[in-house]
Design a protein around this ligand. Structure first.
Ligand SMILES: [Zn+2]
Length: 142
């Protein structure tokens, strides 16, 4: 089946690649692998747009020495409360825009998400394909 990645997620990955051109991509991902496909995951292209499946989740490798510090990026994303965010999983915790909004909760999934962070975007096309505003990926400091 034909599939593509939500444009907002491609924009995020581009921004991260620009700020960290030599980062590791060992744990990057968009479309679901066999493990993902067996259960409901936004890595599966389950949203239909004109007969094409849309993947609405991305994994970005944590590589602090390659200038891609997942902790810092995730904090900036959470601070921004970007309307495109559905939820983020990072380092055994999950934070959602709708379920207990913006409160970190323990995450006990099979993959602890210590090698990468996971970002899902909302299923509204005007948001998941929105590239009008840049993602906030670096915190502005204290
Ligand atoms: Zn993921």
């Amino acid at each position: 089946m034909a599939w593509r990645v939500a444009k907002s997620l491609l924009q995020l990955r581009e921004q991260i690649n620009e700020s960290a051109p030599d980062r590791s991509k060992a744990s990057d991902g968009t479309i679901g692998d066999a493990a993902h496909a067996s259960h409901q995951s936004d890595h599966n292209p389950w949203i239909q747009d004109g007969g094409i499946g849309v993947v609405t989740a991305i994994d970005i490798t944590n590589d602090p020495s390659g200038k891609c510090d997942a902790e810092r990026i995730v904090q900036a994303l959470v601070q921004s409360r970007d309307l495109r965010i559905k939820y983020i999983i990072w380092n055994r915790r999950i934070i959602s825009a709708s379920v207990q909004p913006w409160v970190w909760r323990d995450y006990s999934g099979k993959n602890p998400h210590t090698q990468h962070f996971h970002l899902s975007v909302v299923r509204d096309k005007t948001l998941f394909d929105s590239t009008n505003s840049k993602w906030s990926i670096s915190s502005t400091g204290p």
